[in-house]
Ligand binder design. Sequence first.
Ligand SMILES: [Fe+2]
Length: 206
Amino acid sequence: MALKIGNEIYPDHMAKFAQPKDFGSTHHWKTMDMYSTQYLELFQMMTSDLMAGIVREYLGPEAYLFNDQFVIKQPMEDYPFPWHFDNFYTSDPKGEFEGRYQAITTCWFLTPNNIDCGGLRFLALDKTSKKDFEIKDPNIENTETIDAQPGDVGIWTGNTLHSSEGNGSDFQRSIWLQVYSSIPLGKGWRSGYYDKQFLRNGEIAL
Ligand SMILES: [Fe+2]
């Protein structure tokens, strides 16, 4: 699930984006959706040859952009994120379970991600089981927190259950997420989300 790509995907100038901002969407000002619409260099990284290769491998030759999001946890900040599937936050929350599309989230770790700083944790599921989709309180004994460093990239499907705890460390924890799908999930879903085709016949279509 995790790739180690190193500085090829974590150029030094990413550091400025890993800092909290005084604006943002949702209930946390530190969380920002669609940041790549404001900074061309983020859009260029999200649509780079490197990311095209990852998306092509997981979704095939036809793929669309959907969203990107920064999530930043301050040192000692009680900012847990409950168990969820990323598909919950699309125009078709059950579509991947029911075979209408595939989606992936790619995660650039901008700081260390581990159990101490509220890192991402996962629970493996059988994606064909509707029962799994309805799990609200999974057995946390079966979870694993990713131990990642800046330059690592995590990849999971839209129907992969995951969560994170608050940051109990003295260090900021920052990630940048990009979401891609095999159909234009952003169409009709919260104005501003992408429905752009990213790959066509395996080539970057933008
Ligand atoms: Fe998520």
